[in-house]
Design a binder for this molecule. Structure first.
Ligand code: PLP
Length: 414
């Protein structure tokens, strides 16, 4: 990198700042046009009676509507009778699962997790900041585990869980993971199901948030962890989570919890104390709108048609502006909501700061790591779904300008 190149990068950046842009790539939210595709739900439900003739306007039905659970059972790889439909947020269910395990005794446990010295979760990185936020909130120690193209590095995971009984949990986003879009390989899932853990009450928090969020016509499948774990003699190892937040309405979807019969009994023994039943009218609304698994599939294809051009634009612009420079690499996921941009070590924070000065909001560097600490300072999460296409294009081009400037400044400073 020469002084001339630095000079050029600065000029480009100054011109960018002068444009006074105001763009936002932080929000992993559906765009208004995506939400519009579910607007029929605003006129639903028509009527208020379930398939079994239950009046859904009243209390009760803690397990959720069976006909809705049937629509999502295949997608989440959980038998209908082991899948519950709950409120509007799966994050809430994950939070509750941790709290219930802290304050109650999960099946197979000797004591409450609150009484475990050095209670620890494994955290594949890069990962989802809100998972890490739950751990931080409750003082649960987090150990980062590197991601590989096949999922978390199982050599590391197997060694850690075999040696430390205080490791009680692990976060996983197995399909189109947040933020790098990784799909866990069958072998990764098999090893997670089969591995020996020092803790008899070890739980995998299987957050299958993007189970049906394909960007192409290929519906990528993964191995079914719940069934595999049972087959390997660990029936209670898995808590499955999912929701329709990024399918129907992000603020008014339905969340799901799936697990073994023993875990479900434990779960319901806690939830029965906090609720007399979920919003079954919203669940009926979802049944009437999606109809069945095929209806869900068709709706996801329609959503993908809106999202795909944005992901393609990011890839195209990054290739044109940074391809072959050695300054960045990025993921091209086949589904999900995010792209991970990797910049040279020690540059991510500076790129995010420069982008901010130029009016482009990016997720804080480090957010994809426990305690907000990316030790290499390399990872930047890009969320292209919410802004309209021209805004995505302008914002990504601006980010490329920032990457070039930060890299040039660093190279010239030596
Ligand atoms: N899990 C993952 C991996 C996510 O990326 C998100 C949202 O971005 C959520 C859960 C939130 O899900 P919900 O809206 O069901 O609470």
């Amino acid at each position: 990198m020469t002084v001339d190149e630095l000079h050029r990068a600065r000029q480009e950046y100054d011109a960018l700042v002068a444009r006074g842009l105001e763009l936002d790539l932080t929000r992993g939210k559906p765009s208004p046009r995506q939400l519009d595709l579910a607007n029929a739900m605003l006129e639903q439900p028509v009527g208020a009676v379930s398939a079994a003739g239950v009046d859904l306007r009243n209390y009760g039905g803690l397990e959720g509507l069976p006909e809705l659970r049937a629509i999502f059972a295949d997608a989440l790889q959980v038998p209908v009778d082991q899948l519950l439909a709950a409120g509007n947020s799966s994050l809430e269910l994950m939070h509750d699962a941790v709290v219930f395990a802290l304050l109650g005794v999960v099946p197979g446990a000797e004591r409450r997790w609150a009484d475990v010295e050095g209670l620890t979760f494994l955290c594949p990185v890069p990962g989802y900041d809100r998972h890490f936020g739950i751990c931080e909130r409750f003082g649960i120690r987090m150990i980062p585990v590197p991601m590989t193209p096949e999922g978390p590095d199982l050599d590391v995971v197997e060694r850690l869980v075999a040696g430390d009984p205080a490791i009680k949990g692990m976060w996983c986003v197995p399909k189109y993971s947040n933020p790098d879009g990784t799909v866990y390989s069958d072998e990764t899932v098999r090893r997670l199901a089969a591995m020996e853990t020092a803790a008899p009450d070890f739980r995998i928090f299987w957050d299958n948030a993007y189970a049906v969020h394909h960007l192409t016509d290929t519906e990528t499948g993964i191995a079914g962890l719940l069934a595999l774990a049972a087959g390997h003699g660990h029936p209670d190892r898995v808590f499955v989570f999912g929701s329709s937040s990024k399918i129907t309405f992000a603020g008014a979807g339905v969340a799901f919890f799936g697990s073994s019969p023993a875990n479900l009994e434990w779960w319901l023994s806690h939830t029965v104390k906090r609720s007399i039943g979920p919003d079954k009218l919203n669940q009926l609304r979802h049944v009437q709108f999606l109809r069945d698994a095929d209806g869900l599939r068709t709706h996801m294809r329609n959503l993908a048609d809106l999202i795909r051009p944005k992901f393609e634009a990011v890839d195209k612009i990054l290739s044109a502006e940074l391809g072959g420079t050695g300054l960045a690499s990025w993921t091209s996921p086949a589904g999900g909501y995010f792209i991970t941009l990797q910049v040279p070590p020690g540059c991510a924070r500076a790129v995010v700061a420069k982008a901010k000065e130029a009016g482009i909001a990016l997720t804080p560097a480090g957010a994809s790591h426990p305690y907000g600490d990316d030790p290499d300072d390399r990872v930047i999460r890009i969320a292209p779904t919410f802004p309209e296409l021209p805004e995505v294009e302008a914002a990504i081009s601006a980010v490329a300008t920032c990457v070039r400037l930060v890299a040039a400044e660093k190279a010239v400073a030596g």
